[in-house]
Design a protein around this ligand. Structure first.
Ligand code: PLP
Length: 584
C-alpha cells in the first residue's frame, strides 16, 4: 500500500461497530451504521482529517424474507468484499483469550463532493493461521453470544488501534467512539501509555493522557441498551491484568463490565445525539459532563434524483454547503409538488414491481420504515383499525408502506411485523398496506422521498435521535411524530410537520395518545392534503428549508470539529514515544 500525504495527515480515528456506506457493503443494520456512513461522507466533503474503522462482517447483518402471514425468516447475507474493497497486505496481531489473533484490513475510500477521499478500514480475522473460532469473529454483525460479541469488541477496539498505528496513522491521533462497542480502544491506549512500566502501574496522569485523546458519543437512552459483560468472561477474554485494571477504574458494576462506563471514564468529550437525549443521558450518568450534538444525515446522499436536480437549478451551492438549502424558501411550490410527484411515481413503480400491488399515485401515502423493535411501535397506527378505516373512507383515501427488519433474536419485533400484516388483511379494500422485505439503504431513499408523510411513533424518550425523518425532510416530506429525539427540535406545528401525543393525558400507550394520532390525521393532515394543496406544499417546502438545511451531517460534523475534536482551548496530550512497532 502507498501512503499518500492525505493518509499520513489523518488525525481522527472514527470507530463504529457498523458503518453503512453502500447497500452492497452489508456492514450495517440500521440508524447507527447509516449515521457512521453519513459522518464519513461529510468528513470527505469537508476534508476533515478522519479515518473510519469497523469490522468486515462477511455474512452481513441478515437477509429478511417474510412469509404470507408476515413471519420473518432470517438468513445470513454474505457479500463479497473483494468486489467493493481493496485488501491491504499489512497484518497485525492482538491477544484474545490468550491466543494470538492476526488481523488484516480491507480499505474503502470515501469520496467527498470535491473528490477528496478518506479511508475506511474493515478489520478481518479470517486470516490463515488463526484458530477456526477466531476466523469467524468478523463474520456476523450483532450475531452470536456474549463471548462472540466481546471478542468482536476486542478486535474492533484493540485491533483498530493497532492497525491504524501499523498503517501510519498517528501518533497524534484522536479517537471517536461511535457508541460503546469500541470502548476497549481506551484500554489499548492505556497499555501503550504504560508500556515501559506495565499496565498495573497506571496513574491518574496516564488516564488523563488517554482521556485527552478520546471522544464518546452515546446513542442509547435506555440502560438495558448498554453493552455489559460478566466479569469472568472479561477475565477469560482479556486476561486477569486488564480485567483488574477495568475494575480499579470503576467500569465494573455488580459483577459486570459496562462498556458505556469504559467509554465515559476515558473520554474528555461525551455527547448525546439530540438535545433531549443529552438531558436524559445527564440524568443517567450524573458524574459525567454530557454534551449534545444533534445527529444529521448526508444531504446529497439522501436527496432523491428529482430533488437533486431541482436544488441544482435553484440553489447552485447546496451540495458544497448545505446551509444554502435554507433558500429552498424561494422555490415555487408548484415545482416542489411536481418534483415530489416524480419521486412518488418511482416508489409506486417499485412497490408494484416487488409486490404486484399498484398504489394510487394520487392517494395520501404514509411511510414507516425502520428497525422493527418494540419501542418504535411500528404498529401503533393500527391500534384502532375501525377509526383508520373510517378516515380513509370519509376524509380521504389512505395508503401505507412499511419496511424494517427485526433482529433475529427479537421475538417481539417479529411479532410486531406480523401484526402489521394482520392489520393489512383486516383493512384490505379500505386502506392499502404493503410491507416490503429486506429494508436497506436503497429502499430507504425511495421510501423517504416517495411518500407524502413520514410517520414516527417511538415511546418517548427512547428514540435518542432518529434520522429517517431528516431524510424525508430533505425530500420535502413532512413528519407526523411523537415529540422525541430530533423532532423536538425540528417540529413547528403546521409549519414543518405535525406532532401527536403532546397533550395532557396523552402519555405513551394511553388511549389519549392514540386518539391524538388519529385526530391529527383526520382533522388536520388528510384534509390539508386533499383540500388545500397549496398549504400542504408550504409545509413540504419548509421541511426542506428549515430542517434539511440544519439536520444534516455537514452541520453535525462542523459542530464536532468545533466542540469535540478541535476546540480552540484543547491540546491532546503528547503520546508516549513508541516502543517496538506493532507485530505483524
Ligand atoms: C436511515 C435508516 C435507518 C434509521 O432510521 P431511524 O428513523 O433513525 O430509525 C435505518 N435503516 C436504514 C436502512 C436507514 O437508511
Amino acid at each position: 500500500m502507498r501512503l499518500t500525504p492525505a493518509v499520513i495527515r489523518s488525525k481522527l480515528g472514527y470507530f463504529s461497530m457498523e458503518i453503512g456506506l453502500d447497500p452492497r457493503i452489508r456492514t450495517y443494520s440500521g440508524g447507527l451504521g447509516v449515521l457512521a456512513g453519513d459522518t464519513l461522507r461529510s468528513a470527505a466533503d469537508l476534508h476533515a482529517p478522519m479515518v473510519g474503522v469497523t469490522l468486515l462482517h462477511r455474512n452481513g447483518y441478515m437477509r429478511q424474507s417474510l412469509g404470507a402471514d408476515g413471519m420473518q425468516q432470517d438468513a445470513p447475507y454474505p457479500w463479497n468484499p473483494a468486489e467493493m474493497l481493496e485488501p491491504l497486505e499489512r497484518q497485525i496481531s492482538i491477544r484474545i483469550e490468550g491466543r494470538e489473533v492476526r488481523i488484516r484490513a480491507w480499505r474503502f475510500m470515501v469520496a467527498g463532493v470535491t473528490g477528496h477521499t478518506i479511508p475506511v478500514y474493515f478489520l478481518d480475522t479470517d486470516v490463515d493461521g488463526n484458530d477456526a473460532w477466531d476466523r469467524t469473529l468478523t463474520g456476523q454483525l450483532y450475531g452470536g453470544d456474549a463471548r462472540y460479541r466481546l471478542c468482536q469488541e476486542v478486535v474492533l477496539g484493540v485491533g483498530g488501534v493497532a492497525i491504524l498505528q501499523a498503517l501510519g496513522h498517528g501518533p497524534d491521533l484522536q479517537y471517536h467512539m461511535n457508541e460503546g462497542h469500541s470502548a476497549l480502544l481506551t484500554l489499548a491506549l492505556l497499555q501503550r501509555q504504560t508500556r515501559a512500566r506495565g499496565l498495573r502501574t497506571f496513574t491518574d496522569a496516564d488516564v488523563e493522557a488517554v482521556r485527552s485523546r478520546c471522544i464518546f458519543t452515546t446513542h442509547t437512552p435506555v440502560p438495558a441498551g448498554h453493552d455489559k459483560f460478566a466479569l469472568d468472561l472479561v477475565q477469560q477474554v482479556l486476561g486477569q491484568e486488564q480485567a483488574e485494571v477495568l475494575q480499579k477504574l470503576e467500569c465494573v458494576h455488580e459483577g459486570r463490565l459496562n462498556m458505556t462506563h469504559v467509554a465515559l471514564r476515558f473520554s474528555r468529550y461525551i455527547n448525546g445525539v439530540a438535545m433531549l437525549h443529552g438531558e436524559v443521558s445527564r440524568d443517567m450518568f450524573p458524574r459525567f459532563p454530557v454534551n449534545a450534538i444533534t445527529n444529521g444525515v448526508h444531504a446529497v446522499h439522501w436527496t432523491s434524483a428529482p430533488f437533486r436536480k431541482l436544488f441544482d437549478q435553484h440553489i447552485s451551492q447546496w451540495r458544497r454547503d448545505n446551509l444554502y438549502l435554507r433558500y429552498a424558501l424561494k422555490i415555487p411550490t408548484d415545482e416542489i409538488r411536481s418534483t415530489h410527484a416524480e419521486a412518488k411515481r418511482t416508489l409506486v413503480d417499485e412497490i408494484e414491481q416487488r409486490t404486484g400491488v399498484r398504489f394510487d399515485p394520487d392517494a395520501f401515502t404514509i411511510g414507516y420504515a425502520r428497525r422493527a423493535t418494540v419501542y418504535k411501535r411500528g404498529n401503533l397506527i393500527f391500534s384502532d383499525t375501525d377509526r383508520l378505516r373510517r378516515i380513509s373512507r370519509e376524509v380521504g383515501k389512505l395508503q401505507l408502506v412499511y419496511a424494517g427488519k427485526a433482529h433475529p433474536q427479537d421475538a417481539a419485533g417479529k411479532e410486531m411485523i406480523r401484526s402489521i400484516f394482520e392489520a393489512g388483511e383486516e383493512l384490505r379494500g379500505d386502506v392499502e398496506i404493503v410491507f416490503l422485505e429486506n429494508y436497506d439503504m436503497n429502499l430507504a431513499l425511495k421510501y423517504v422521498a416517495g411518500v407524502d408523510l413520514w410517520l414516527n411513533t417511538p415511546r418517548r424518550p427512547q428514540e435518542a435521535s432518529g434520522t429517517s425523518g431528516m431524510k424525508a425532510a430533505l425530500n420535502g416530506v413532512p413528519s407526523l411524530s411523537v415529540l422525541d429525539g430530533w423532532w423536538v427540535e425540528g417540529h413547528q406545528e403546521g409549519v414543518t410537520g405535525w406532532a401527536f401525543g403532546d397533550c395532557p393525558g396523552c402519555d405513551a400507550d394511553t388511549p389519549g395518545e392514540i386518539a391524538s394520532l388519529y385526530d391529527k390525521l383526520e382533522n388536520v393532515i388528510v384534509p390539508l392534503y386533499y383540500g388545500k394543496q397549496e398549504e400542504f406544499a408550504h409545509v413540504m417546502r419548509n421541511a426542506i428549508a428549515l430542517n434539511g438545511s440544519f439536520f444534516n451531517t455537514q452541520r453535525m460534523l462542523l459542530q464536532y470539529l468545533t466542540n469535540a475534536y478541535f476546540p480552540p482551548d484543547h491540546q491532546p496530550a503528547v503520546p508516549q514515544p513508541e516502543a517496538a512497532p506493532a507485530r505483524g
